[in-house]
Design a protein around this ligand. Sequence first.
Ligand code: HEM
Ligand SMILES: *[C@@H]1O[C@H](CO)[C@@H](O)[C@H](O)[C@H]1NC(C)=O
Ligand SMILES: *[C@@H]1O[C@H](CO)[C@@H](O)[C@H](O)[C@H]1NC(C)=O
Ligand SMILES: *[C@@H]1O[C@H](CO)[C@@H](O)[C@H](O)[C@H]1NC(C)=O
Ligand SMILES: *[C@@H]1O[C@H](CO)[C@@H](O)[C@H](O)[C@H]1NC(C)=O
Ligand SMILES: *[C@@H]1O[C@H](CO)[C@@H](O)[C@H](O)[C@H]1NC(C)=O
Length: 519
Amino acid sequence: MLSPVLLLIILLAVILFKLLSNAFKRKKFSAEASARGCANLPVLPRKGFLGLGRLSEISKANKEGRSPQWFIEKFDETGKDVHTFTASALDYELIVTRDPENAKAMFSTQSKDFEISPHRRDIWSPLLGDGIFTAQGEQWKHSRQLLRPQFSRNQISDLDLEEEHIQSLLNLAVLESGEKGWTKKVDLAPLFLNFTLDVATEFLYGRSVNSQSIHNKSISNQGSGLDSGFSYHLDAGKSWLYTKGLFGRWNRLVHSPQLTKHCKEVHRFVDELVAGRLNGTTKSSAQSDRFCLLNELAKSTQNPLELRNETLQILNAGRDTTGALLGWVFYFLARNDRVFNKLRGIIITDFGRDRTGEITFEKLKQCQYLNHCIQEILRVASVVPMNERVCTSDTTLPRGGGEDKLQPVFLRKGQRVLISNHAMQHRADLWGLDVDEFKPERWEKRIPGFEFVPFAAGPRKCIGPEQFALTETAYVIIRFLQRFDKIENSEEPGPPFFHYIFSNRSGTGVQVRLHEADR
Ligand code: HEM
Ligand SMILES: *[C@@H]1O[C@H](CO)[C@@H](O)[C@H](O)[C@H]1NC(C)=O
Ligand SMILES: *[C@@H]1O[C@H](CO)[C@@H](O)[C@H](O)[C@H]1NC(C)=O
Ligand SMILES: *[C@@H]1O[C@H](CO)[C@@H](O)[C@H](O)[C@H]1NC(C)=O
Ligand SMILES: *[C@@H]1O[C@H](CO)[C@@H](O)[C@H](O)[C@H]1NC(C)=O
Ligand SMILES: *[C@@H]1O[C@H](CO)[C@@H](O)[C@H](O)[C@H]1NC(C)=O
């Protein structure tokens, strides 16, 4: 047994050592920083015991659906014209930026000094495997080289894929109009998520889970052999992963037999499709000349685990994001009659009044106002409000330090930097005093730089936006606005609620009533 006195001495020695070594590190840091011509960042004042006050602030903001706005408030709280600050709680330090110059450095010009956070793999891989979205270094390069070419191919331009599933969506009983041509109140958010799941599974595996047809007796998945339990297990599994995400670097503490079960079911489902493809017994249910990612990948690799991992990662990256974007589109249209009417007029001119009007890639590209509306949605209601990078070596950021907050800053290897897209997209000095308004016209005279990177930029830029997410979104908007000539918001007025789960981004859904146009 150690005597209490000895114990006390050891404890004091440890504390003294810690203090000295921290002071030493700080000194070395300052010396190195000034050698590189760097200045200190403004500091968000610590709050509460050990700085924990900030943690409870953010968790409260998160519950209230306003965590993206909370970050804006923190920039302003730190000081005037602060666009990059440092904050700490316990012994943990974090840098947050809304400076396009810094985003450019991290994503693009200095991307070799930055990596995605290692927590990403810890959090997502139990359900979705390890692949392009979670991998780093050589492993990521391999995944990217495998997948990227598939997304620039013309095969993806197959718009029949959208048409078939949008018809299932428009055929849903909840979109049938009744009295005076109005539908009952309907929540569009989950409808869009089922739609994007159906499109994504067909694109990935050549066979759609047809989640939208579950209510249609005459299809009801017969013949396709696909288990509709997939979407349930996928969503339930993902909501566990979001819980893990909230725990950050302590995410490994979150365990559950339920999560294990959801993972098993999702894997079983995908493994069967992969095995069928590899032994040649599964044919695509739809036209077999249609593009299907699994078929293409199987030409390069026969590793069933790799095929499972990469396809699930694409499903994860592409489905909820596009579904959430569609939700926000109708959320804002339902609150902006002027934009709705203008957009509808343009759509009818360009694409006709009904589905006989052909939609082509060329025509989509040329429909400027439609594209401006989608961009403006991505700006006001950031689908991905926050991104993150970790330094892989000692490095610098170009801006944010010193009195004028314009000096470069020094970063140590391992430091975390959050890029707040939402805050960057809501800076009045960059966007004008009408920054909080939903105003697609602002894009008429604007070529976005790094203040607008909804799909990130540089080597790890999203691989799905042009050919996939934006096309799919535009397509749905066109078919909806051809059929409905009015949309009415059924929710109480108030600021948007930003839920931390993608698939539930607007918190209360997108509650509207739609009015069927005369034909
Ligand atoms: C509105 C829809 C979408 C948004 C807002 C979005 C946004 C993003 C962002 C911000 C990143 C970068 C993450 C980072 O910097 O670490 C990313 C990466 C990625 N996205 Fe998207 N995305 C969307 C749709 C899609 C779709 C439809 C697909 C595929 C079909 C897709 C596939 C990917 C992949 C594979 C990556 C990882 C790329 C890499 O790390 O090399 N995304 N996305
Ligand atoms: C697939 O992901 C799992 C993690 O869930 C990982 O252990 C495995 O090595 C990955 N396999 C391949 C071939 O990428
Ligand atoms: C059900 O599916 C059939 C076959 O695709 C389709 O013709 C019909 O319109 C659908 N009915 C409803 C209510 O979705
Ligand atoms: C979405 O699909 C699932 C699975 O088919 C189904 O149970 C659910 O009712 C669908 N949601 C809506 C809102 O139609
Ligand atoms: C091919 O794979 C499927 C799905 O796992 C399996 O049911 C079937 O028995 C396999 N067929 C052959 C010939 O191995
Ligand atoms: C979405 O978020 C709201 C607010 O937290 C919650 O009440 C609701 O149950 C959530 N819905 C889903 C489908 O997760």
